[in-house]
Structures are given as C-alpha cells and as structure tokens.
Design a protein around this ligand. Structure first.
Ligand code: ATR
Length: 289
C-alpha cells in the first residue's frame, strides 16, 4: 500500500524494539484491509519516553503500543492531568496501548487480558470463564493481566501460585478489592495438587520457553475437561501443552493472545476492527527466528 499525505500513523515504543512482532502484525492487517496507514518500530530510551510520546502526539500519530520497559511509565503519563486510563488499565496498573485523541489528550489502555480471554474464546467456542476455578502459575505482569481479565469475565475462583510466594500475595492483595472472584494463594510446592478440580490452567511463568528451564508440573490431578493454556509461545507447543493434549485435555497455545491483544489498538488507530485468521498466524510464525 502506498502512503498518501493523509496516512494514519502508529507504532510501537520499546527499548530495544527490534524483537517486537507488532510491526509485522499490524503491517499484515494494514495490507489486508488496504488501509492508508503505517505502523513503525520506535526505539526509545527510557529517559526519553514521555518526550517521545508527546512528540508523536505533535506529529499527528493516532497512537502507539508500548512494550518493555515502558509499560509503567506509560501508565504514569496517562495519570497526568488531561490524560486518562481505561478501567482495565487502572486495575492492572500498566499500559500497552496509547490512543491519542484529536485534542492531544492521551488515553491509556491495557489489552493483554482482553487478548488472553479472546484467544480462549476463539480457541474453544463456548468457553466460559464462569465454568470453574482457574489455577495461575506465576505472579508477574502477565499474571496480573490474566487474573484481572478472568475476574471481569466472571471466573468464580482464582488460585495463584508462584515460586516467590510474597509476590503472589502482593498481587492477590492488589487485585482483590471490590471483586466477586475469590483469590487464593497456594505454595509453589502445592501446584501439582492444586490442579484438582480446576476448569482452567494457565502458565504465565517463563518456564518452558526456549532457553529457559522446563516447567515441572504433574498433571495427574487435573480434570480431563480442564482447558490448558500457556502464555509462552516459543515453542508454539510447549511441553505443558503437549502433555495436556496427550491426556486429552483441550489446549490453546499462547500465540493467539499476542494476536488478539493487538486488535483494540488497531481498531482505534486505523478504524477497522481486525480479524485474527490462520493466514495471520502463519505470517507471524514464518517471520519468527
Ligand atoms: P512477566 O511480566 O512477563 O509475567 P516476570 O515479571 O519476569 O514476567 O515474571 C516471570 C514469572 O516467571 C514470575 O512469576 C517468576 O517467578 P518469581 O516471581 O518467583 O521470580 C516466574 N519464574 C521465572 N523463572 C522461574 C523459575 N526458574 N522457577 C519458577 N518460576 C519462575
């Protein structure tokens, strides 16, 4: 697609940003929908983050994604006078999507949790968070987004376990306020037994990722119908997913979360609600090293 003088502009701010899949992802959609627009990688050092965002507003950008290490700085910027945060960004305490309003105000959103839930809905038609308890492994930023989204989707109970228990306790304390989902922390040693009776198992740790240690989890107590998913998508089929599949459990891989989390930003900047298709998945997989 050739750009005109009216091209809509967006991009991804990160440091470094060269590993980001977002330009390929948004570029695919821009092409697919024939949109007069561009989505650029924007490498920005942490010290210049806020200045860079203000400059993008001045340059007429529609908005941007924000990745490591800027997600908390983006949240703070959106707390400033005049700017705003979506409900879910406020709950999670970080921002991965910036939308620049016509008057220069900045709206911050976080879409990882949306991507997580949409990925499960797409992977298992009829999937309902209300079906039963969820066991979440890990207590980092990804766990925070996943748990907040499960709470919003009506999950009755979240069981949280992390190698460092204190981090899980802190996360549970943070996310507990005013919600109907019960949140309970169990020791990391108890993760095998905690599979008993759950409807959803989510790995949000880096265990099982290429180059990281394996995830040691005994699935014997896991109900046959429990859905198993992994935030890790390199490899696409982690050992956890492979074993769950062997046992006959439904599984959903983590790549779809990355694809679905990009949809709200694209829709806001470029005016088309984009679809996650097999062709898009194949495009992203083929571009990975
Ligand atoms: P993200 O923001 O992507 O979730 P993170 O904040 O680095 O990433 O969190 C990584 C998660 O993987 C944490 O839950 C971490 O556990 P700790 O809080 O105890 O560090 C977990 N993790 C990483 N390496 C691990 C390991 N070898 N054993 C168990 N858990 C591990």
């Amino acid at each position: 697609m050739m750009l005109t003088g009216k091209a809509r502009l967006a991009g991804v701010l990160g440091w470094p940003v060269s590993h980001s899949q977002s330009p390929r992802l948004h570029g695919f959609w821009l092409e697919q929908y024939g949109i007069d627009g561009a989505y650029l990688p924007l490498p920005v050092e942490p010290a210049y983050f806020a200045d860079a965002v203000r400059s993008l507003v001045r340059l007429g950008f529609r908005g941007a994604n924000v990745t490591v290490p800027h997600k908390e700085a983006a949240f703070r910027l959106c707390q400033e006078d005049g700017n705003s945060l979506t409900e879910r960004a406020r709950a999670v305490g970080s921002v991965n999507t910036l939308i620049f309003e016509a008057d220069g105000r900045i709206l911050g959103d976080t879409t990882d949790g949306f991507g997580f839930v949409e990925n499960l809905r797409a992977g298992v038609p009829g999937w309902d968070a209300a079906a039963g308890p969820a066991l979440i492994l890990g207590a980092g930023g990804a766990a925070r987004s996943v748990i907040a989204a499960l709470q919003d989707a009506g999950c009755p109970e979240v069981i949280l376990t992390n190698r460092g228990r204190e981090r899980a306790e802190a996360l549970a304390a943070d996310l507990n306020g005013g919600r109907t989902t019960s949140l309970r922390v169990v020791d990391w040693d108890q993760r095998h037994a905690a599979c008993d009776g759950i409807a959803l198992l989510v790995n949000t740790t880096s265990l099982g990722m290429t180059g990281q240690p394996p995830l040691d989890l005994d699935l014997s107590a896991l109900p046959d119908r429990a859905l198993v998913t992994d935030i890790v998508y390199a490899p696409l089929e982690t050992d956890l997913l492979a074993e769950a599949r062997r046992r006959g459990n439904p599984v959903v891989d983590g790549l779809g979360m990355l694809l679905h989390q990009a949809r709200p930003g694209f829709a806001a900047w470029f005016g088309v609600v984009p679809e996650v298709t097999e062709a898009l998945r194949a495009h992203i997989i083929s571009g990975r090293k």
